[in-house]
Ligand binder design. Structure first.
Ligand code: SF4
Length: 332
């Protein structure tokens, strides 16, 4: 029987996710009052399918996944919301061409990476963009800022096979004295450090931004797993499969404990996982609603009313991002 649950601090929603979801909900509520126009989100607003389902069901939000679907939309009053992961400039251009109002919920920490890509490309630098998947929305968006200058590089330890990502040990740049390394915001901290070290050895004059592109939420959630995983018999990460930061938490927990599992919700927990388990650690991806975590706590409490629940990890987060405003399409 499970006697103790240790909840990670911090876990769950980051400031970028809170901002993006609230911006989308407010826009949908405004449209409902006006009874005009549709709200369409370009890509899952955040990488959690429960969040997406709730927005579809409660706020009538429609989600589109590619430019072709966006091209089918046009008209006054319709608003397209760009997800927290950011977009390539071509998507914004298409939205403007279609006369759509835009609401850009890109996380400011992703926007920072876009700005670096644009600035260094304008100076003629090659950009080595470290990522875990060429099809991740954030990678597509950053790449789109400077496609002629950007080379996609696989993070070391990447479990996905992706032929569009180059090996850091063999990647070539046109001018080794004029290259910068940028990264996806949600990678493994340790693997990213190792990858940058390889690139630094190969290109000694590599430019490295003074502030890491890995975001605070990614770093804090991984640090909390390192504190809790050694204390537990089983570790659960509540995350959708599509969440990059969530999958990095799963991999990290697997490296530390024998028993680590990703679950979407309480219904994924298998009874045989619990054999001999007394202490369970739980964390969640930056896009996972906390009610999914608390329903797992209640599940353990239902078989042990004396269940001890405590938090461990690091400091609580108190970061907030300002919500974006809608921008009407300009005539093109
Ligand atoms: S995980 Fe990091 S980069 Fe992504 S939305 Fe949250 S704070 Fe922003």
């Amino acid at each position: 029987m499970v006697e103790t649950v240790i909840l990670a601090r911090p876990r769950g929603y980051c400031a970028g996710v809170v901002m993006a979801i609230e911006a989308l909900e407010e826009a949908a509520a405004e449209n409902a009052v006006r009874q005009e126009g549709n709200i369409v989100a370009y890509h899952a607003i955040v990488h959690n399918h429960t969040v997406v389902e709730r927005l579809e069901q409660q706020h009538n939000v429609r989600f589109v996944e590619n430019l072709a679907e966006l091209e089918q939309m046009s008209g006054q009053g319709n608003t397209v919301v760009f997800s927290a992961h950011g977009i390539s400039p071509v998507v914004r251009q298409e939205a403007n061409k279609r006369g759509l109002t835009t609401l850009d919920a890109t996380c400011p920490l992703v926007t920072k990476v876009h700005s670096e890509a644009k600035r260094y490309a304008a100076m003629g630098f090659s950009i080595l963009l470290i990522g875990d998947s060429s099809s991740h929305q954030e990678v597509i968006g950053t790449f789109g800022e400077a496609p002629e200058n950007t080379i996609l590089v696989s993070v070391l330890g990447n479990r996905k096979a992706d032929v569009k990502l180059q090996d850091p040990h063999t990647v070539q740049v046109p001018n080794p004295d004029k290259c910068i390394v940028l990264t996806q915001t949600t990678l493994s901290v340790d693997d990213t450090d190792k990858t940058v070290d390889v690139l630094k050895r190969r290109f000694p004059n590599l430019t490295i931004p003074s502030r890491s592109d890995l975001c605070y939420a990614t770093k804090n959630r991984q640090a909390a797993v390192k504190v809790i995983a050694p204390q537990v018999d089983m570790f659960l990460v509540v995350s959708s499969l599509t969440s990059s930061n969530g999958m990095r938490l799963v991999e990290l927990a697997e490296e530390i404990t024998k028993e680590a599992y990703r679950v979407d919700s309480v219904t994924d927990i298998k009874p045989d996982w619990l054999d001999g388990v007394k202490t369970v650690g739980i964390t969640s991806a930056a896009s996972t609603p906390d009610d999914l975590v608390m329903s797992i706590v209640e599940f353990f409490r239902s078989s042990n009313p004396h269940l001890v629940v405590r938090e461990d990890g690091g400091e609580p987060e108190d970061i907030e991002f300002r919500k974006p405003v809608r921008v009407p399409a300009f005539a093109s």
